[in-house]
Design a protein around this ligand. Structure first.
Ligand code: 6PG
Length: 242
């Protein structure tokens, strides 16, 4: 049963447009490191949720050379594709290749979604693991061309209600592979900071719908502090009139 809310709770969005990839990644890196410093100072650890897809690759690669006390970092995933852990489609494999395997984050601090066990079982297991963390310090998210984020897709349950589960089993996702696990909108919203990374002309329509107040999955992420959307010129350009 898909429970799509009649009206999404208000979302505060701060838009940050960058002329090119390098300046966007530099700003995103600075934001991640600032969030980490604040979190470690406040509670001795940094709980970060990673976005999947391709856009975050360069940010993860830049994190390889960051100066950080990696023992304080805990890495979570906003969603995962149901495939073997070493499958190239896995978001966790991309993050490991680009960053995690190059720094000294303790193995026990990398909380991959066990999506290889199938969406239903993995969602239950990950929801159980998520009990060990309250509010995330930073959630990274991407934006799909249809307005999806994590693996919350139009026409599916986004888990926006207070009593929605923390992790959702997703079947027949329109973006392959069809079977996935996603943190719910309510769980992704339980965060001190949320940052979207959006690049490319292909995201233009989704950004425009978002700016118009469209009920897209990305608009269902409503942390108290609002969300920061870092986008490049191509994604932010509105269609030329005429
Ligand atoms: C996934 C991602 C997904 C992604 C967007 C954007 O598992 O596919 O979590 O939500 O962030 O689809 O993907 P790109 O960054 O590749 O455009």
């Amino acid at each position: 049963m898909t429970r799509v809310p009649a009206a999404l709770p208000g979302q505060t969005v701060r838009w940050h447009v960058f002329p090119d990839d390098a300046s966007l990644v530099a700003n995103a890196l600075a934001r991640v490191m600032a969030a980490a410093r604040d979190a470690v100072a406040q509670h001795g650890a940094f709980d970060i949720v990673l976005a999947g897809g391709n856009t975050p690759r360069k940010l993860y690669r830049a994190l390889r050379n960051a100066d950080a006390d990696w023992t304080r970092w805990h890495v979570w995933f906003g969603d995962e594709r149901c495939a073997p852990p070493d499958d190239p489609a896995r978001n966790s494999r991309m993050a490991r290749e680009e960053w995690i395997d190059h720094v000294a984050i303790p193995a026990g601090n990398v909380h991959a979604i066990p999506a290889e066990r199938g969406a239903r079982e993995a969602a239950v297991l990950y929801a159980r693991e998520l009990r060990s963390v309250d509010a995330f310090d930073l959630v990274l998210l991407g934006l799909g061309e249809d307005g999806h984020t994590a693996s919350l897709f139009p026409g599916h349950d986004w888990g926006v209600h207070r009593d929605s589960p923390d992790a959702i089993a997703v079947f027949d996702a329109p973006k392959p592979p069809p079977e996935r696990v996603s943190l719910s909108a309510q769980r992704l919203s339980n965060a001190r900071r949320v940052m979207f990374l959006v690049e490319g002309a292909g995201k233009r329509d989704a950004v425009a719908a978002w700016k118009r107040g469209g009920a897209i999955p990305a608009a269902s992420i409503t942390p108290e502090s609002g969300v920061d959307v870092l986008l490049d010129a191509a994604a932010s350009r509105t269609a030329q009139p005429g």
